[in-house]
Design a protein around this ligand. Structure first.
Ligand SMILES: O=C(O)c1ccccc1N[C@@H]1O[C@H](COP(=O)(O)O)[C@@H](O)[C@H]1O
Length: 198
């Protein structure tokens, strides 16, 4: 099972979490987020195994591509209304694309007709996208039949691992706010627990 730690920002904390070698580490370029890295952030060297992910909400393709070169991420996570055209442009530029879908009911799983490299299913909560710290009803995913693998997100912690692993089509677990001491700062003891149990 692959795993991702998202919402990183503090350089010492990045280094400590990177030593646990998650498969993905996420950095949030959303100015309203308490985990926003800021426009001049450059991702420090990560282990070869760990892919850097830039997280965006309705950012322009041109800005994402410019930032991917300046900041150094190979994967993009899109949490807004981005459609196939944006996904195509980012993939054509060599980026892997994760398209986030907010889920509350079975209805939210209908009409998934995009072709990202991965979907990411996250908790729907009003107008908030991402970082809710709350889980949705995972039984909705029991009927998942698409060939596109997905990340599971939304309030995941160490206690989520066993049940989540049973889900069909699951590619990776995405940990964020439940591991935090404060926004953007992960509790290393919790990260190590996950590393051991994943
Ligand atoms: O964490 C944020 O602040 C955030 C802001 C905007 C878009 C995405 C964001 N985070 C992503 O949300 C999911 C779930 O996080 P949580 O575990 O519920 O806190 C995760 O993929 C984060 O990358």
């Amino acid at each position: 099972m692959k795993w991702k730690v998202c919402g990183m920002r503090d350089l010492n904390n990045i280094e400590a979490v990177a030593a646990c070698e998650p498969d993905f580490m996420g950095f949030i370029w959303v100015s309203k987020s308490p985990r926003y890295v800021g426009e001049d952030f450059v991702i420090p060297a990560l282990p070869v195994k760990t892919k850097a992910v830039g997280v965006f909400v309705n950012e322009s393709t041109a800005n994402i591509l410019a930032l991917s070169k300046k900041a150094g991420f190979q994967v993009v996570q899109l949490h807004g209304d981005e459609g196939q055209e944006v996904i195509d442009e980012l993939q054509a530029a060599g980026l892997l694309v994760i398209k986030a879908i907010s889920v509350a009911t079975d209805e939210d799983m209908k009409g998934l007709d995009l072709s990202p490299d991965f979907y990411l299913f996250d908790t729907k909560k009003g107008s908030q996208v991402g970082g809710t710290g709350e889980q949705f009803d995972w039984s909705i995913l029991a009927a998942y039949k698409l060939d596109i693998p997905y990340f599971l997100a939304g309030g995941l912690d160490e206690a989520s691992i066993k049940e989540a692993k049973q889900l069909p089509g699951l590619y990776a677990l995405d940990f964020n706010s439940k591991l935090e001491l404060s926004p953007g700062l992960k509790d290393l003891a919790k990260v190590k627990d996950i590393m051991k149990n994943i």
